[in-house]
Ligand binder design. Structure first.
Ligand code: HDE
Length: 749
């Protein structure tokens, strides 16, 4: 083509686009029914558009609105624009000298688009990189008033919160159900400023002094030569570290227990770990530990299940949380406090409260409920919220202060420091998710990513040019005041107190508090993890550590490793078990539990009734059929197929079935298994067998029983009956105990 023709064609195209711009097509009515939000697992149309996220008004130092637009400006208006707001007519073709010609440097849109894309990733967190967040509300009970004056704990006071759950070791794209500690970080947007409770699901930590944090993390992260293994503690450097640092033993016991593989974020406890100092309205102080108690109980996966899930659904925990919130099954945790007198020794019943490797058993200091957290809103944008949220345990409010726990003290430095790099500059508290929901009037200025438009001229104190603003708060204005804690007479040393030296009594306390099944799981976890190590010396050293915890534990792990069990080197102290540490033995609500139903065309009425009863009970039914789509003309839709379903997704499994052959005219069933001749599809068999192995309740009615029989599964927790509703009733009752514990072989008493 001649250049003239090319120019003409380009011009025509541009004119067409501009005409379209000037006369934009009228947005049509939504092309689908308004989607129902009550059951996220059903196929459905797109969600309604979400409101744009707006940050608080930008305020000048004198408190007057600056008139500047609100912070968040995502997706305003209908048209695609440049970041400077110019409307664009084409984002699919770069500007070229002719259709086949070179791309022109002047194409600002191309350069801007690619430049921005190139910089979309920010450094992941150095620990806790993989996480998932949700919004919620915290309501105080007022029961903490005698010990803590924090306004958000007041009776009926509602405070917005954002919670981020995380694993510790894995990278941002790692799997959810690895064996690891989980982070449980909560930002309370209180009227007195943000309070961050940055806790874990394990109440103790690996180390007693923050100076060792880089060491323990270097040991836990993948080996530096090959960057293997990802998100695992089952490797030599981890066990090399913990076996040479016996202070880590208590945390390791928890990690190797079922606590290291939670079923869901919703079924995890949370702990502030450190002891904090509380102040009441009269200025009196008390020491306290924070606890989050999940309303659904503490519940875990079994190890084989966790490993399978890592491949089958690496997003298992985040999906579970988001689905539950979207379906209205809002997860709840009660905040509780263990309160101790603030004595000069800072100990309770002989336990050093400044040692973060120690708990205080609940039997000695009960957890007193002070408020309720409800997570009720999913994030709108993962990056903006979950990725950019910046927690810091220095974010305190009047009534809560830190203690001299040397782990806590190092953390006070680390979080600010790490955010500087991760969020590229010092203004990260201006990011919408981090902004307090109360007036901010600091004298910090400028810096990368400064979003506030400070109108004053005198960011210093005292000043006369900004009318003296900002003013310092007086006692009546509820300022954040550090407790005037007297210091012990001391000399500067790099030493730990003698009370930090007992590394075995509490690991033993934990072990002795577990039920036989839980102990069995701990033995298997140690055996698995050490079995993955290559270095014989590491395994032997860790066995010597276990010998000082408990002889049975040590002997069983040693047997699994094929090594001799060493003798203890430390005489165990007498210790009373703490029943509160066991996860087994109670009945819990079944809200949000997932029940798989292998449908049978011979009993669609039964399936429909069971499905409705499950929904009415606040649980989630998932229909599994040989193929996807509508199931006959029943109005039911298959949510999983034999190809997409795997047992690990369900908390219980039901197998529907018509009346037994001969009972009436219905032919022998073959549709359940989707296979001819009445043989059971091997994928259904596998589902039943895995559920059985993982101690899940299984129910079958009618000819559904045949599949259970074919799988060779019988015994406790396998419910068969002709009446579907009876089966469901029994299975729901079993779910309340989480698992059919009797199914695990108990070799330890
Ligand atoms: Fe953290 N920790 N930590 N940590 N931690 C971080 O801060 C650190 C510790 C915890 O969802 C980092 O913003 C040191 C105990 C959670 O964004 C970093 C020490 C507990 C999260 C950091 C500890 C925690 C972090 C990495 C030893 C339980 C995720 C990214 C002195 C009480 C927060 C970041 C989120 C994150 C340092 C020990 C909990 C590097 C130095 C003990 C839940 O600053």
């Amino acid at each position: 083509q001649k250049p003239g023709k090319l120019v003409k064609a380009a011009l025509e195209k541009a004119v067409d686009k501009v005409t379209e711009l000037v006369n934009p097509p009228i947005p049509g009515a939504p092309n689908s029914e308004p989607p129902s939000l009550d059951e996220p697992t059903e196929p459905r149309g797109p969600l309604p558009p979400k409101q744009d996220q707006t940050g608080p008004e930008t305020v000048s130092p004198t408190g007057a609105p600056t008139g500047a637009p609100k912070l968040s400006q995502g997706q305003q208006g209908d048209f695609l624009t440049t970041s400077a707001g110019a409307r664009l007519y084409d984002t699919d073709h770069s500007l070229k000298a002719g259709e086949r010609g070179p791309t022109l440097l002047q194409d600002h849109h191309l350069r801007e688009k690619v430049m921005h894309f190139d910089h979309e990733r920010i450094p992941e967190r150095v620990v806790h990189a993989r996480g998932y967040g949700a919004h919620g509300v915290f309501v105080g009970y007022g029961t903490a008033a005698s010990v803590c004056k924090a306004g958000f704990l007041g009776d009926g006071v509602e405070t917005q919160v954002f919670v981020r759950f995380s694993t510790v070791l894995g990278s941002r794209g790692s799997a959810d159900t690895v064996r690891d500690t989980r982070g449980f970080a909560t930002k309370f947007y209180t009227q007195e400023g943000n309070f961050d409770l940055v806790g874990n699901n394990i109440p103790v930590f690996f180390i007693q002094d923050g100076i060792k944090f880089p060491d323990v993390i270097h040991a836990g992260k993948p080996h530096p030569d090959r960057e293997i293994p990802q998100a695992q503690s089952a490797h030599d450097t981890f066990w090399d570290f913990v076996s040479t640092h016996t202070e880590a033993t208590h945390h390791v016991m928890w990690n190797m227990s079922d606590r290291g593989i939670p079923r869901s974020y919703r079924t995890m406890e949370g702990f502030g770990v450190h002891t904090f100092r509380l102040v009441n309205a009269e200025g009196g102080t008390a020491l306290a530990k924070f606890h989050w108690k999940p309303k659904l109980g503490v519940h875990s996966l079994v190890w084989e299940e966790a490993q399978l899930i890592n491949g089958i659904d690496p997003d298992f925990h985040r999906r579970d949380l988001a689905d539950a919130i979207e379906s209205g099954a809002f997860p709840q945790w009660e905040l509780g406090l263990q309160i101790f007198p603030d004595t000069p020794r800072q100990t309770f019943e002989g336990i050093d409260l400044l040692d973060p490797t120690k708990i205080v058993p609940e039997e000695l200091a009960p957890v007193q409920p002070v408020g309720m957290l409800t997570l009720n809103r999913n994030t709108m944008n993962f990056f903006a919220e979950t990725e950019q949220v910046a927690f810091h345990l220095g974010n305190l409010v009047p009534g809560i202060d830190v203690t001299d726990d040397p782990l806590l003290q190092a953390r006070l430095f680390s979080y600010l420091d790490t955010q500087l790099t991760r969020l590229a500059g010092p203004n990260f508290n201006q990011i919408p998710i981090n902004r307090p929901h109360t007036a901010v009037n600091d004298m910090f200025r400028d810096g990368f990513h400064q979003h506030a438009v400070h109108a004053g001229v005198a960011p210093y104190r005292p000043n006369t040019l900004d009318g003296g603003n900002p003013f310092e708060a007086t006692a009546e204005d509820r300022p954040l005041v550090e407790v005037a804690q007297p210091l012990p007479k001391a000399v500067k040393v790099r030493q730990a107190p003698a009370s930090f030296a007992d590394h075995f009594t509490q690991p033993r306390l934990f072990w002795l508090s577990l039920s036989p099944v839980e102990k069995e799981h701990v033995v298997r976890a140690f055996t698995f993890e050490l079995g993955k190590c290559y270095e014989q010396a590491v395994k032997e050293r860790q066995l010597r550590v276990l010998a000082n915890v408990d002889a049975t534990l040590c002997a069983q792990v040693a047997q699994g490793l094929g090594l001799p069990a060493p003798s203890p080197t430390v005489r165990p102290k007498k210790v009373a078990p703490s029943p509160a540490l066991s996860q087994i033995g109670q009945t819990w609500p079944t809200d949000g539990r997932l029940i798989g139903i292998v449908v049978d065309p011979a009993d669609l009425d039964g399936v429909r009734t069971v499905r409705e009863t499950i929904l009415a009970g606040g649980m989630v039914p998932l229909l599994i059929a040989p193929t996807g789509g509508p199931i006959g003309d029943s109005g039911l839709v298959a949510q999983r197929t034999f190809l997409t379903a795997r047992s690990v997704e369900f908390d219980a499994l039901l197998l529907a079935g018509g009346p037994p052959p001969g009972a009436d005219a219905v032919p022998a069933r073959d549709a359940k298994a989707g296979a001819p001749g009445g043989t059971v599809d091997p994928r259904v068999l596998l589902m039943i067998q895995e559920c059985f192995r993982h101690a899940k309740a299984i129910g079958a009615w009618g000819t559904g029983r045949a599949a259970v029989e074919a799988a060779g599964c019988a015994g406790p927790g396998v419910v068969v009956d002709d009446d579907a509703s009876q089966v469901l009733k029994s299975v729901t009752a079993l779910l309340g105990a989480h698992r059919v514990w009797e199914r695990f072989p108990a070799t330890i008493s």
